[in-house]
Design a protein around this ligand. Structure first.
Ligand code: ANZ
Ligand code: ZN
Length: 807
């Protein structure tokens, strides 16, 4: 084996690609395909998760490019965020310097992996050229009534006298990250984006996202948590009417108590006069506790369905942010209510019975002494509604009750974007004593971050000069908003910025965006299954309504890649089980790292990083190199005999299978087939009396192009060795010989043949090369002939084994 120097070879081709601009895509491209990996946070180190994520998109992008598409495959940096602020404080530098250093390092690491990005479209969210458009979008959303200022709870450190972001509150004890003082909560004005206005469309459109994994669709649906139900008005003495939201109006006759949230307005009134309520609210209520807690009040509520009076409790499992902050308690049919009633000695009255088996049998009330019966069924103990099924009863009770109304409830809340920290987009608002909060006019954007100040609280609070400004409306003295935006704002539209990264009149060019969008393939970690994807969907819908975007969904196909593990555990610094991509690249080369990562498992699956796997990939590339480099066309003077024809058909079958697999991103099987094709060619060379040169060379040309998306560097080298002038990155991806060929049959044929040969080798004992030569070679030839002649796949293994005298 001659071998090759991967370091030199990979560097050479990376330079050539860059010089030739192979990955640059023009704005107005034909047959556009948009392939995108979730941009990384610039931590300074590319890890194996990145390597896997970006190899998947790179391989697919390269494959589509070879198929003739214009491929947009850009990269950028999710560059704002708290870690940079912390790192800057520790190192006595500023977040910008630290971040740009990290970006430079990681960009170098990406280049060394051979990822083919159009770097002219690089997007870095912490630059004013980018974040000014966050501010612009904030203003646009505000104009459209999609921004609101509201009081919300924030974390407050009484010792540092500052607001803390959630990430600055540490541990179960909730201590300040700087001084370990227990953190308190305070109500402060915060900015919200009204994502709930789009709640219905965001759930409804999930049905159309056929290219998304079901798991992610489920998570989105759950997060939005739409529930259909009824609002029932309960009369509470002099306190007036309080509505309760229920999904189970059919259980109204079983409501044996009413419960208010600890911070419900009526509870707040009771705290003034009722000692027990005050004691509970101030000291005992624990919404996060496992057990429901509560206290009885002196009040009674009138059930609007039955006219009966039931006792009113204050209970900590009633959440103020959900529904109306009050509920009717039905212990017989709700598990939490059951636990609460059992503890407090409240009646448990069953009103829904399992549907009876025999026709005409009267439904029998379930035994609810130990546990609630939570299924739908048939109504009992419910007056005129007896005998109705639950669903009908819900409708009838809602219609038949004065003041009752159908209602839809969502778990989704509006998106609070205010963060009390420095390294983010300044919220473009000025506070004026006379005019209140005023959004900064477009012409005054961007509001740039001032220089970093290393201080206890939010550095923007300490930036006195920066804070002092004038009111855009009345011109009098005013102060700037010192909160910055949640970094999820940046990532909610970055995929649009790539289509026109330098545009300075709008966040994105409409026409270009409409050409490229939606993203055809989006690949990233499952940790972004909810928020990032939901916010991006929300932004896309708003931009479709107000900024001329043609599409209402940003990502047609989504792939959530699995984890790269070591001995079954996620790689992490704290566990000390991290394999560094840089070390692998220098020892074995980027192609080996890419090949192993792609062939180890289907992209969605977790897999274990193993030295064995890396070495196998490395050894294969060495063999491939040897096979191509040692090919001598002049010496290959064999006839186009049955064996050559068989090899030919295998080449076609491999192409057909690999194409299909690349299209569905099942790289592992495409690579297995291609590896086997290379193995077949080597067997052919080894065992045939003489090789048919044309067939052999065609096999090599196909193999090199099938592998080029995954191991691009070596394949460029081999493509050149086969006498080609251009880049393999721009060569046409192999086409199946005949479009109408029955690829399924071919696939079966390939698998059967290879299965048989493998079995023979197993039986013969692979360790013994002499026996392989004696036994396998004739068997393989025979089998090949057999296939070539009969072209269907009878199981001839026993015959072969007989002939080869194996028993
Ligand atoms: C009566 C009832 C009977 C309910 C029954 C359920 C089952 P889930 O449980 O997820 O489907 N609810 C309403 N407002 C609430 C609040 N502010 N805090 C906590 N819980 C609240 O959600 C719907 C149910 O949550 C509602 O339907 C209500 O209890 C409770 F057999 O009403 B139900
Ligand atoms: Zn003013």
């Amino acid at each position: 084996q001659r071998g090759f120097d991967h370091t030199e070879l990979e560097q050479k081709w990376q330079d050539r690609w860059t010089d030739a601009g192979v990955y640059h895509v023009p704005d107005d491209a034909e047959d556009p395909t948009y392939v995108l990996g979730m941009y990384p946070y610039p931590s300074g180190q590319l890890h194996m998760g990145h390597v896997r994520n970006y190899t998947i998109t790179d391989a697919y992008a390269r494959y589509r490019r070879m198929c003739g598409d214009s491929v947009l495959h850009p990269m950028g940096w999710d560059a704002f965020g708290l870690p940079a602020e912390n790192a800057a404080k520790e190192r006595d530098t500023d977040p910008a310097t630290w971040t740009f250093d990290c970006i430079e390092t990681m960009k170098g690491q990406m280049e060394s992996m051979g990822f083919g990005y159009d770097w002219e479209r690089e997007v870095t969210t912490c630059t004013p050229e980018y974040y000014r458009w966050n501010q612009w979008l904030f203003a646009r959303f505000h104009e459209e009534g999609l921004v609101e200022r509201r009081d919300a709870e924030v974390n407050w450190c009484p010792s540092c006298e500052t607001v803390l972001a959630d990430e600055q509150v540490e541990g179960e004890a909730e201590l300040c990250w700087r001084c370990d003082t227990p953190v308190e909560t305070r109500e402060l004005s915060q900015w919200f984006l009204k994502i709930t206005e789009y709640a219905d469309e965001l759930v409804d459109d999930i049905d159309r996202l056929e290219g998304w994994p079901d798991s992610v669709r489920g998570m989105q649906r759950n997060w939005i948590g739409r529930q259909y139900g009824t609002r029932l008005p309960f009369q509470i003495g002099s306190h007036g009417t309080v509505e309760a939201f229920t999904t189970r109006a059919d259980t109204a006759f079983g409501a044996t108590f009413f419960a208010l949230a600890p911070d419900h307005p009526i509870t707040q009134e009771l705290v003034e006069t009722d000692e027990a309520v005050r004691e509970f609210v101030e000291h005992e209520a624990d919404p996060e506790g496992d057990e429901p807690n509560g206290v009885e009040t002196a009040l009674a509520a009138t059930n609007p369905v039955t006219g009966e009076e039931i006792p009113v409790y204050v209970a900590d499992f009633v959440l103020s942010g959900v529904g109306t902050g009050a509920l009717m308690g039905v212990p017989a049919h709700d598990t939490r209510d059951h636990a609460f009633a059992t503890k407090m000695g409240i009646d448990i009255v069953p009103v829904v019975a399992p549907a009876s088996e025999g026709e005409g049998d009267a439904p029998e009330a379930p035994d609810v002494s130990e546990a609630a019966y939570t299924d739908d069924g048939v109504l009992v103990n419910s007056g005129a509604y007896d005998g109705l099924d639950s669903e009908t009863a819900r409708e009838r009770i809602t219609e038949g009750t004065e003041g009752a109304e159908e209602a839809t409830q969502y778990r989704l809340r509006d998106w609070g974007i205010s963060r009390q920290r420095y390294w983010g987009t300044p919220i473009p608002v000025v506070h004026c004593d006379d005019c209140g909060p005023v959004v900064v006019p477009e012409d005054d954007l961007p509001v740039e971050l001032p220089a970093f100040i290393n201080t206890t609280g939010n550095p923007l609070d300490a930036a006195e000069e920066w804070k002092a400004t004038t009111c855009p409306e009345c011109g009098s003295e005013a102060t700037r908003e010192t909160d910055t935006m949640d970094t999820f704002v940046d990532s909610s539209w970055y995929f649009l910025r790539y289509v026109s990264p330098d545009l300075d009149t709008a966040p994105f060019d409409r026409e270009r965006a409409n050409d490229w969008m939606p993203v055809d393939r989006y690949v990233g970690g499952i940790e972004h299954a909810v928020m990032h994807l939901l916010y991006s969907r929300f932004f896309t819908k708003v931009l479709a309504d107000h900024e001329g975007l043609d599409h209402r969904e940003p990502f047609t196909n989504l792939l959530a890649q699995g984890m790269v593990q070591l001995e079954g555990e996620a790689m992490s610094k704290s566990k000390g089980n991290v394999v560094s991509p840089q070390a692998i690249v220098s020892e074995y080369g980027a192609d080996t790292a890419r090949l192993f990562t792609m062939e180890a498992a289907q992209p969605e699956r977790d897999f274990d990083w193993t030295d064995q796997g890396v070495q196998s990939a490395y050894a294969f590339l060495q063999r491939l190199h040897e096979t191509v480099e040692s090919f001598d066309a002049a010496a290959a003077d064999g006839a186009r005999d049955a064996v050559a024809e068989y090899v030919d058909s295998e080449i076609d079958a491999t192409v057909a299978v690999a194409r299909e697999d690349y299209e569905t991103l099942t790289f592992n099987t495409a690579l297995r087939e291609t590896r086997e094709l290379v193995g077949l060619l080597r067997n052919y060379r080894e065992y045939a009396d003489a090789v048919h040169g044309e067939t052999f060379e065609r096999g090599l040309r196909v193999a090199v192009r099938l592998l080029a998306p995954v191991t691009p560097h070596l394949c460029e080298e081999l493509w050149a060795a086969l006498g080609e002038d251009g880049f393999v990155a721009e060569a046409p991806f192999p086409e199946p010989a005949d479009d109408t060929a029955d690829h399924e049959r071919e696939r079966r044929l390939v698998e059967n043949t290879r299965g048989d040969v493998r079995q023979i080798i197993d039986v013969a004992g692979i360790e013994d090369p002499e026996r392989i030569e004696v036994v396998v070679a004739p068997a393989w030839k025979h089998r090949a002939l057999d296939i070539a002649v009969e072209s269907d796949a009878p199981n001839v293994i026993s015959e072969l084994m007989q002939e080869a005298s194996i028993r």
